[in-house]
Design a protein around this ligand. Structure first.
Ligand SMILES: *Cc1c(COP(=O)(O)O)cnc(C)c1O
Length: 408
């Protein structure tokens, strides 16, 4: 997907990027400082509408809030999704602060401590156990607190999903309980928690609809085999998510209609047949928020070094680690970048955008076309920054101030 398509998604006004209905330079003046992250409510709502319009109505949407835990976003989404998935006790508190029903909050992630599990059980959320040890901790916590904990078993499937940016299931994993161990675990389970069902999360950032569809089919097959070992009918079926977004020019959009058609077949077929009491859950982070946000930095210097033009901006990898290629360890490709206050001027001169950190790794865009007149005080915009931006970056590195975040 090219940068123009990202610009078009936000729209333009007076030759500038439009965010939250206003021109970028006016928004920057209102925020009062750069760099900042801006998230567009209208795009967020459009994303929810897209999913609700295409996915079968029985499918429940869960927001995996580690993608963007900004309280205003979590609050906004809590009114529009069915569930929130949290990955720490801290996230759990933010989720519960929105007023969402506790039994619509799920807690996944390895290494949950006894203290975190006690908090989760006391709050009445669904603990997705990643090991038999965690199941034991849940039962102990319920016993001490005098409540029956809600539990789902996170299963490490016996299949792997190709094409995921991050594989989180199949083979040896720190995530979930190996599927072949689940029947024995449930046979030896002596009670003390309400085991609602299963969670299978095979991987993240997948742009191939057919692979996602196959993972969902295999997940339903696997759960159909495992459900017989449950002490009660299955009431919770979390199919994971993994819906990817296009980060670079070579990425094409996920074919959501194809994913939705496959889900429709599963919902009206095997899910209706085997699990009449479970509304299947699809759990999404970046697909909900990633495309709704931008990172805005201001040009503080422009220099030419041996024929190459550099725009030096006041932000950098300390706020946007992924755009730099994760400390240079991954193969880095340019994220979509534009000069957000000069969209009417053709971008026809090659430049690099670098951050203000004293490391060559602080490269935000490498040799991309930008308007020749790019100058100090112009606003460089990086797209696809609504997920895994600020909270997934090393903000303490070099001691610059934290950026603002606004939902507009
Ligand atoms: C991180 C995570 C997600 C969200 O992944 P995205 O790629 O942002 O959609 C969903 N479920 C679980 C269990 C996760 O760990």
């Amino acid at each position: 997907m090219n940068v123009q398509e990202h610009i078009d998604a936000f729209g333009t006004v007076d030759g500038e990027l439009r965010i939250g209905g206003q021109p970028l330079s006016r928004l920057a003046a209102r925020v009062g400082s750069t760099p900042f992250f801006a998230y567009d409510r209208g795009l967020l709502d459009a994303r929810i509408d897209l999913l609700r319009g295409l996915l079968p109505s029985r499918v429940e949407l869960s927001y995996a809030m580690k993608a963007n835990p900004m309280p205003a976003i979590v609050q906004h989404l809590a009114q529009r999704v069915d569930r929130i998935d949290v990955a720490s006790a801290g996230e759990m508190r933010h989720a519960l602060d929105t007023g969402i029903r506790p039994d619509h909050v799920s807690f996944a992630g390895p290494g949950k401590t006894p203290a975190e599990i006690r908090q989760a059980v006391a709050a009445g959320i669904i603990v997705e156990v990643e090991s038999s040890t965690e199941l034991g901790r849940v039962v102990t916590a319920g016993d001490r607190l005098g409540v029956e904990p809600r539990v789902a078993i996170r299963v490490n499937p016996d299949f792997a999903v190709k094409g995921s940016g991050m594989r989180m299931g199949g083979g040896p994993q720190q995530f979930g309980i190996d599927s072949e161990q689940v029947p024995e675990l449930l046979r030896s389970f002596a009670g003390g928690a309400d085991v609602l069902g299963f969670h299978v999360f095979a991987g993240s950032q997948n742009l191939d609809a057919e692979i996602i569809a196959e993972a969902q089919r295999r997940t339903v097959d696997l759960v159909a085999q495992l459900a017989g070992s449950l002490p009660a009918p299955l009431r919770y079926l979390n199919l994971g998510g993994g819906f990817g977004i296009p980060y670079t020019e070579r990425d094409a959009r996920l074919d959501l209609e194809a994913v939705a058609e496959n889900l429709e077949r599963l919902v009206s077929g095997p899910i209706a047949e085997h699990f009449p009491e479970a509304g299947p859950v699809v759990e999404l982070g970046r697909f909900l928020v990633g495309e709704c946000g931008v990172y805005v930095t201001r040009v503080v210097d422009r220099k030419v070094s041996r024929g190459r033009t550099f725009l030096v901006v006041d932000g950098g990898l300390h706020h946007q680690l992924a755009a730099s290629g994760n400390f240079g360890q991954a193969i880095r490709r340019n994220y979509p970048v534009a000069l957000g206050n000069r969209l009417a001027i053709p971008a026809d001169e090659e430049m690099s955008v670098v951050g203000c950190l004293c490391t060559p790794l602080d490269l935000l865009a490498d040799g991309i076309p930008l308007p020749a007149g790019a100058a100090i005080d112009d606003l460089v915009v990086i797209f696809q920054q609504g997920a895994y931006g600020l909270t997934a970056s090393p903000t303490a590195f070099l001691g610059h101030p934290a950026p603002a975040e606004v939902l507009v």
